[in-house]
Design a protein around this ligand. Structure first.
Ligand code: NAD
Length: 479
């Protein structure tokens, strides 16, 4: 099947007529579809459509905009199973994980459909009688939304939902490896009747479509999710003409396992965080930092659990799907070699499973005796690879947890209330979790990192999402 862009309420091919093939990472013979290889001309058309539609959309009462988002959520819910299958087929995560992600997108739309009613400015006391001072929150205008492949519906929707709720018009670019699930969301956008031009979908590479969006003079704000290296380029490009910009990027997320932890809880939490979604979450647990007193017991438990994970296609009951593409698979295998060379001990995994040869499958992998300065303890791997690091106690654990360039999510498993709270105080990360895994987010609270994980300009999700997509106007009214 050949699919098209959605621009100004119409499905249209890329101006060049060129396409790129998207394949199922669990079965490379399975072609998901041909998608437009768009370029600058397509971005120009989408930005023009968005600019033409934006002011009328902004003038539409917020509850009406919210009502359309609610209808969109209902439409997605009616196609929930189909969307989950679509996601699994293009990205690889297993069906249960895909269903959870689709559910998050629906929840997020419902949240913003209501939240926009209560969103606005503040009234302040003025310095004179018969005078009012207040602020209004207005849409920023046309927004460019650029997403990574690893959460191909939840993250795009947590950008698109608040952008549209707040009265902006949007041009969305999916990752070129995973455009199909959002194509279906745009079918739903079309079906519920958003005005033409308010929401546009342009598929293509980062170097063509992505960079055209970030440098386009008609785009007022850019929201980016992806790697730190690309995010830096996006930030610089968007700042050149003073666009509002937010970038959410990589992570090297730790879970600390205290000697007071319930060991079974700790094993559940670390296993889920490290190997859920094949370790391809920005918030994935890539470091288990374990107190010496419980280190041997923890290691034995995590290795046994890792070996019990069934690797296989997500559409056929596998518990852990493939990596999403060849370069991610190669990247993980390269890090296995690096870890061995650096002197870490390979406990299990480290190769490709023999049974699954048709896709980008890799074994879930555990390294022990990892020194905090080794590359697998410092660099984002973005695959199912866990580094287990022994520490003497709380002080060293926090030093190791914080001793990386990233700062996205961090967690501690402990029964010690004071230790838990000290970790909240001392952790250098945007999300801190107690007795939970590093992955997983709720729609109504801010999400984002610090250090190299984020531009630290704005947060996503919750109210913070609406703040990014609105600017403040201050009104002096002497009556
Ligand atoms: P990536 O940086 O390669 O690509 C992200 C997006 O940017 C894609 O749509 C890509 O086409 C586009 N892009 C590439 N070059 C561009 C350019 N010059 N200008 C504009 N856009 C460009 O990242 P990826 O491999 O798709 O995703 C994996 C990374 O994303 C990991 O580092 C992961 O941690 C991160 N991530 C972060 C979060 C978060 O919220 N912090 C969430 C998910 C993924």
């Amino acid at each position: 099947m050949a699919y098209e862009n959605y621009i100004d309420g119409e499905w249209v091919a890329a101006e060049s007529g060129e396409t790129a093939t998207v394949r199922n990472p669990a079965d490379l013979d399975d072609v998901v579809g041909e998608f437009p290889a768009s370029g600058e001309a397509d971005v120009d058309a989408a930005v023009a459509a968005a600019s033409a539609a934006q002011s009328e959309w902004a003038a539409t009462p917020a509850p009406e905009r919210g009502a359309l988002l609610r209808e969109l959520a209902d439409e997605l819910e009616a196609r929930e199973d189909e969307l989950a299958e679509t996601l699994t087929r293009e990205e690889g995560k297993v069906l249960g994980e895909a269903a959870g992600e689709v559910g998050h997108a629906i929840d997020s739309l419902r949240y913003y459909s209501e939240a926009i009613r209560d969103f606005g400015g503040d009234v302040k006391n003025a310095s004179a009688r018969d005078k009012r001072l207040f602020t209004r929150r207005e849409p920023v205008g046309v927004v460019g939304l650029i997403a990574a492949w690893n959460y191909p519906i939840a993250i795009p929707v947590w950008k698109l939902g608040p952008a549209l709720a707040a009265g902006n018009a949007a041009v969305f670019k999916p990752a070129s490896a995973t455009p199909n699930v959002m194509r279906k969301v745009f079918e739903c956008i079309d079906a519920v009747g958003f005005p033409d031009g308010v929401a546009n979908y342009v598929v293509g590479s980062g170097s063509e479509v992505g960079s055209a969006l970030t440098s386009h003079p008609g785009v007022n704000a850019v929201s980016f999710t992806g790697s730190t290296a690309t995010g830096r380029r996006v930030y610089e490009s968007a700042c050149e003409d003073q666009k509002r910009v937010q970038t959410e990027m990589g992570g090297k997320n730790p879970t600390i396992v205290s000697d007071s932890a319930d060991l079974e809880d700790a094993l559940d939490i670390v296993q889920g965080g490290a190997f859920g979604v094949t370790g391809q979450a920005c918030t994935a647990t890539s470091r288990a930092i374990v107190y010496e007193d419980v280190y041997d017991e923890f290691l034995e438990g995590i290795v046994a659990r890792t070996e019990s994970i069934e690797v296989g296609p997500g559409l056929k009951g596998g518990e852990m799907g493939p990596q999403a593409n060849e370069s991610e698979l190669e990247g993980t295998l390269d890090y296995v070699d690096v870890a061995k060379e650096d002197g870490a001990t390979l406990e299990t995994g480290g190769g490709r499973p023999e049974a699954e040869t048709d896709g980008y499958f890799v074994e879930p992998t555990v390294f022990s005796d990892v020194d905090p300065e080794m590359r697998i303890a410092q660099e984002e791997v973005f695959g199912p690879l866990l580094a287990v690091i022994p520490v003497s106690g709380f002080e060293e654990a926090v030093e190791v947890a914080n001793g990386v360039d990233y700062g996205l999510a961090a967690s501690i498993v402990t029964q010690d209330h004071s230790e838990a709270n000290r970790f909240v105080d001392e952790s250098e990360s945007g999300l801190v979790k107690i007795n939970e895994g590093t992955t997983g987010t709720e729609v109504n609270v801010p999400f984002g990192g610090i250090k190299d994980s984020s531009s630290n300009t704005f947060r996503e999700q919750g109210d913070a999402g609406l703040r990014f997509y609105t600017r403040l106007k201050t009104v002096y009214d002497s009556y």
